[in-house]
Each structure stands twice: as C-alpha cells, then as structure tokens.
Design a protein around this ligand. Structure first.
Ligand code: SF4
Length: 510
C-alpha cells in the first residue's frame, strides 16, 4: 500500500513518531511518503502519490490543520483510509465525532500500526485491533500494554524526514532513547498517560546503551552529524548502571557533543550525574524551572522542586562548564480565592518573578512558553473549573510560544505576556554571559523591559531581538559544535525570523 504521512508545519525537531511508523510500514513492504501542509499543494501531492492511507500525528493545536486537510483528502478520494495518532486523539478521542477521520490511534501505536496495515490490506475488523478507535468502538476500545522492550523496534526512517524537510541540512540531529516519565507535573500529559495505562506495562522503558550507540552510528554513517540532541523527557532519572555504561562508551564509540533533558532536583540530589554527563561529552542540559513562583511551581504545577534545588543544580552545571537551558511557563492564571488566601501577587508580577529567578540562577538560555491547558491535564481541568478556559481546543495554536488561549486574560494582558516572553530570552542572553559587563547591562535592560518595553505593541520587533539572541545562544553555547561564525549567524536571522513569526504569531484558523 502507499502511505502518505502528513505534518502540519516545518518544525525544529524531527517527527520521530512518523519516522518510526514509516519504518514499521516499510518492514511490511509498503511505500511511504511525507508532506508538510504549510508547503502547500496537498491536492497535487495526492494526485501524484495516489495514497491508500493518509496518516497524521497530532498535538493539540496542529490537529486543526489536519482536520482541514482531511476534508481535502476525502474530497479527492473518499476511499482513502485516514487515521490520526499522537497526543491529541489520545486525550481527546471525541475528535472522531467532529471530523471525517476514519480512525484514531490511542496511546502507543507501534504494535497497533503494523496490525492495522494487515487488516486494511487483507481484510478484517479494524475495531479488533487494540488501540485503534473508530466511531463504532469509541466507548469500548481496548488498549494493549505499553512496550517494555524498545530495542526490537526498527531504526527510524531518517530518510523520510531528512530527504523531505530542511532538517536534512542540519548538523544537529535528534534521538530518543526512552519513553515515559514517572512524575506528575500538572501541565504535562504524562500523569494522564500513566493513569490511562495503569497496570499495563512499565511507566518508563529505555533502549540499551548498545542500541542507542548502534542507531547513532547508523545515522552518522548516512547523514552528516556534528551534534546529538537527546529528546527524552528525562534522559537521566537516577544514577544507575545505564548512565555509567553510557558515560564510558559514548565518548569512545561516538564522541559527539550532546544535549539532554533532566530534572534539576535529580541533578542537585546526585551531583555525580552531571559529572558523568560531562565525562560523556555533554555540551548543554535542559532543566526546566517552569515557574519562579513557589506556589505556581509546587502547588499548581506539582513540580515538587525547591528554589534551592534549582539554584544548586544550575550552579553545579555552570561550575562544570555545562551550558543550561531553563524552560519557564508564563501566563498562569490563579483563582481570586487562592490569590487572597495565599497572599499571591498578580499574574504579571508572578511572571516577572519567574524572569527574575532565571536571571538570578544565570541559566545560559531561557525560553518562556505561555500556559496552554492541554486536554485532560490537571492544569487543563483547573483552568476549565475556574472558568479561565472554555474548553474549545480549536482556539489552540500549533505552538505554545504564542498568545494565551485563556479567556480570563484581556488582549492587552496577552500582549504583555508575549512581550515578556520574547524579551525575557533576550535578557537571559546577557545575564547568562560570562562577561561581567554584559551581566551588568542585564540589570539595566531588565528595568527598561519590565517598566516600559513589555507594555508597548512592538512584539514583532522584539521577535527580531529574540531571534538574534536565540540563534547566538544555540550556535555559540547550547549546540556549539563549530566555532561561532558571525557571518553564518547573521545569514540565519531572516529565515529564523520568518520561522518564528509563523510559529509565535500564527493566527488560529477559527
Ligand atoms: S518531569 Fe517533565 S516529562 Fe515528566 S511529567 Fe514533569 S514535565 Fe512531564
């Protein structure tokens, strides 16, 4: 069969689920293709490829593109089987009722997908395939257990992505070595996922070090690579044999610098973790702060992480010469009752507190997404219960670095949040610098930004400064695999500006 995978927009990270599904389909002798909707010409692509199946992998936000695209697909050929997987249909299976999709895949798809292809090719009942849901079994579908073994999955179809998107030209490539996270942060999907799968397989599954090294070697042999970004939710959950083995073998057998994500509380409790990562060749780590306000971070977001743990982890990383990235969420509404009861500052003051905390811990780089209350997450339910968000996910943009979808903020408040998010990253590029003068300048700029600039409707100008800071920090610090070249940095600005303009100022379809 001919399978067309459809992506909504070009992204800065490889669509790894699609790449895995493509490999699984190829193992069964099917032909696979990739189309990115924002490049246009879907009808032409359909005519050229003549797909039997069109498959989408959707986050809440980019699902809107797929619902529209699916109308075009069905107009072109009503017998084309269309299916959506990913987080959006997993947590919002009701999408089947408001779209003309034939099916959705709920939860992990890597065992359901090959089985579904067999049924579609040879006949059988789609609803008998566990994890596959149609309008007929929406209220009674079965879920197979989570995978424990990731080593027997095929190597991702890198060609599908690198031959069809600009990511092929990048020298930084993304790999995932594990699945799952045992924590319960309120804004993240993992706690609902773990609840959905309770009693059905391990919460966390991990590839062996040999498999990680084998896949990386395969990629390097086929695609020029200078830097690896490990995209696991938690690359290190604890000090264990896996990490000891990885830190010994990676520098000898691969020897490329890398970036990974871990929790600051884990890094601060076990200082040896950062030391082992350094030994392995880590260039930078992501350790999310999520909020500089204790109430938001621990009561609302359930991060269970103190400011002292954050300070210690960022200091340890800095002392080891590891660059740091701290993700921090702005635009978090709190009910008036709670604000009064716990004597909390207003929303903007809390956002400024977060920016100030990042300046204090001197993270190398910070980005400030806006809170998006994703379906069924604890924070999503909190926002709905308190009337902050009405529950229409079609108002979501594809990126959470965009205007808040909350009904409780005025347009002006949303503009101020977005301005602070953009300028916060610029400020951090000064505060995280090793240059004393740059750090002194950060205090002055912080004053100017907070008192004046965030209130002005100049977001698209601030975006330019954001893009300049982002590109500098990526090239010179976080993903520093070549000597920083001013001219290359300068040339990258226009493209990066257009990319971020589309991402951060995208209008919702409705
Ligand atoms: S630690 Fe990260 S991946 Fe895990 S639940 Fe929290 S936000 Fe999600």
């Amino acid at each position: 069969m001919r399978i067309l995978f459809v992506e909504a927009l070009y992204k800065s990270t490889e669509p790894m689920s699609i790449m895995l599904l493509s490999s699984l389909a190829k193992q069964k002798g099917h032909k696979t293709f990739l189309h990115v909707l924002t490049s246009g010409g879907l009808e032409l692509v359909l005519r050229e490829i003549r797909p039997d199946i069109v498959a989408y992998s959707a986050m809440t936000g980019d699902h809107r593109y797929f619902i529209e695209a699916n109308k075009t697909v069905k107009e072109y050929g009503k017998n084309i089987f269309t299916i959506m997987g990913g987080r959006h249909p997993t947590f919002f299976p009701e999408i089947l009722k408001s779209s003309n999709l034939d099916a959705i895949c709920v939860g992990e798809g890597d065992d359901a997908w090959p089985e579904l292809l067999d049924v579609l090719e040879r006949g059988g009942k789609i609803e008998d395939v566990e994890n596959i849901v149609t309008a007929d079994n929406l209220d009674s579908y079965a879920l197979r257990p989570r995978r424990a073994d990731l080593d027997d999955l095929p190597i991702l179809d890198y060609d599908l992505c690198y031959k069809n998107t600009p990511l092929g030209n990048s020298l930084k490539r993304t790999i995932m070595t594990s699945r799952g996270c045992p924590y319960s942060c309120a804004y993240c999907f993992n706690h609902i996922y773990n609840k959905m799968y309770r009693g059905k397989g391990p919460v966390v599954a991990r590839q062996s070090v040999s498999r990680v090294i084998g896949e990386t070697k395969h990629m390097i042999a086929n695609w020029r690579t200078k830097f690896i970004k490990f995209y696991d939710d938690d690359f290190v959950l604890k000090l264990d044999d896996w990490l000891y083995e990885f830190s010994k073998r990676w520098p000898k057998e691969i020897g490329l610098p890398f970036h990974c994500l871990l929790r600051a509380d884990v890094a601060s409790r076990e200082p040896e973790i950062l030391a082992l990562l350094k030994k392995a060749g880590v260039q930078s780590v992501s350790m999310s702060v999520e909020s500089g306000n204790d109430y938001i971070r621990n009561q609302l977001f359930n991060r269970k992480m103190s400011k002292d743990e954050l300070r210690k982890a960022f200091k340890s990383a800095g002392d080891l010469g590891i660059c740091t990235f701290s993700n921090t969420i702005l635009g978090v509404p709190i009910s008036e009752t709670e604000e009064k009861k716990f004597c909390l500052a207003g929303s903007l003051e809390r956002d400024i507190e977060s920016v100030d905390f990042n300046l204090e811990i001197r993270a190398t780089m910070t980005e400030y997404p806006i809170l998006f209350p994703y379906p069924r997450t604890a924070i999503g339910e909190y926002c709905k219960k308190n009337g902050f968000f009405a529950g229409d996910y079609n108002t979501f943009t594809a990126s959470y670095q965009n205007k808040s979808p909350m009904g409780c903020f005025s347009d002006r408040e949303k503009m101020v949040q977005q301005n602070l998010a953009l300028l916060g990253t610029v400020l951090q590029s000064f505060a995280g610098s090793r240059n004393l003068l740059a750090r002194k300048l950060a205090s002055l700029l912080r004053f100017l930004a907070v008192k004046v600039l965030i209130k002005l409707p100049l977001g698209k100008i601030y975006l330019l400064f954001y893009v300049m800071a982002l590109n500098y920090l990526h090239r010179a610090k976080l993903y520093n695999y070549d000597k920083f070249n001013f001219w290359n940095w300068f040339k990258a600005i226009p493209g990066s500006y257009r990319f971020n303009l589309e991402k951060q100022f995208e209008k919702t379809i409705r």
